[in-house]
Design a protein around this ligand. Structure first.
Ligand code: A2P
Length: 318
């Protein structure tokens, strides 16, 4: 049985879930069916992934067919950056709910601390972006709180937030963000951010836990280090007769984070779930801790458009 994590509002979520970023329509329905049938009880979604209707088709099939009860699966989704204006927040969630075929979400996150003009998915020019002075994170957050009041989602949180930005929202919140979902793996251990989140009772979800090799070419550097091929990860894997991916998942779980590896392959979907049975020892954790190099695979450079109020350093506050 996969571990669970209790959130600041008392809700408990499975620490292991299925990621769906980059899962194509045409693949993701089968992946969700496979995952839930194998024993996954948590699916991580987002409006921007463009595949929520298919994820929803699988969930409807599973729930209506009596294979899983709605209350036994944890479904997360995320508000896209073009819906930060307070009046756009509830309609955005309602659209996601319609796509997913659900009446409520378990967790809804602000996807990025970045605001875009309505209708813009990925900006090509600064004119398509709005500054955070113009659309403050705390105002979007107030609208997120309204979603809990309206019974449309049980828990709310943020994603890609630095400690500084998370602190701003926490200090102003009526309902505190219970989750910060960020990129996290041995090359980007984010020890300080994790410690800050612990201190403020915000749980952390590790995204791209396997190093997201399948992300778009435009987001990749030449000759980047491949996490799944790291020799030290391979050594720990060999010691436990496990795969490197399983070691990365077990590492995230042992640190007390939620982890959402993406796969659309039936064998790897099952292999990843089996990693919840793998326990790393202190030596393994020390070996892996030595790999930290603050290497972001999703560095947010796509928001740092010339003439905009965004920069990579400003995004992460570092
Ligand atoms: P696939 O979907 O074909 O299984 P991340 O979760 O960090 O974004 O990484 C996702 C990438 O890792 C995808 O390319 C996915 O491919 C691959 N992947 C998922 N599970 C495993 C595994 N157990 N072993 C190797 N690669 C995996």
């Amino acid at each position: 049985m996969a571990p669970t994590i209790r959130l600041s509002n008392g809700a408990e979520l499975p620490a292991f879930g299925l990621g769906t970023w980059k899962s194509k329509p045409g693949e993701v329905r089968d992946a969700v069916l496979e995952a839930i049938r194998a024993g996954y009880r948590h699916v991580d979604c987002a409006w921007i992934y463009g595949n929520e209707p298919e994820v929803g088709a699988a969930l409807t099939e599973l729930i209506d067919g009596g294979e899983v009860a709605r209350d036994d699966v944890w479904i997360t989704s995320k508000l896209w950056n073009d819906r930060h204006a307070p009046e756009d927040v509830e309609p955005a969630l309602r659209e996601t709910l319609a796509h997913l075929g659900l009446r409520h979400l378990d967790l809804y996150l602000m996807h990025w601390p970045v605001a875009l003009n309505k209708g813009v998915m990925v900006p090509r020019a600064a004119e398509e972006m709005r500054s955070l002075e113009d659309v403050p994170l705390t105002e979007t957050w107030s609208a997120m709180e309204g979603l809990v009041d309206a019974g449309l989602c049980r828990t709310i949180g943020v994603s890609n937030f630095s400690a500084t930005k998370l602190g701003e929202v926490l200090d102003a919140a009526r309902i505190p963000p219970a989750m910060n979902q960020v990129e996290m793996h041995p090359y980007l251990a984010q020890n300080d951010l994790l410690a800050y989140c612990r201190e403020r009772d915000v749980a952390v979800t590790a995204y791209s836990p396997l190093g997201s090799r399948d992300r778009p070419k435009s987001m990749k550097a030449e000759a980047e280090p491949v996490l799944l091929e790291d020799p030290a990860v391979g050594e720990v894997a060999a010691k436990h007769a496990a795969s490197p991916a399983q070691v990365l998942i077990a590492w995230a779980l042992r640190r007390g984070t939620v982890v959402i590896p993406k796969s659309v392959n039936a064998e790897r979907i099952r292999q990843n779930l089996a990693a919840t049975e793998l326990t790393l020892d202190d030596d393994d954790m020390a070996t892996i801790a030595a790999l930290d190099r603050h290497r972001r695979y999703v560095d947010g450079a796509f928001w740092a458009l010339e003439g905009s109020s965004y920069s990579v350093a400003g995004l992460w506050d570092e």
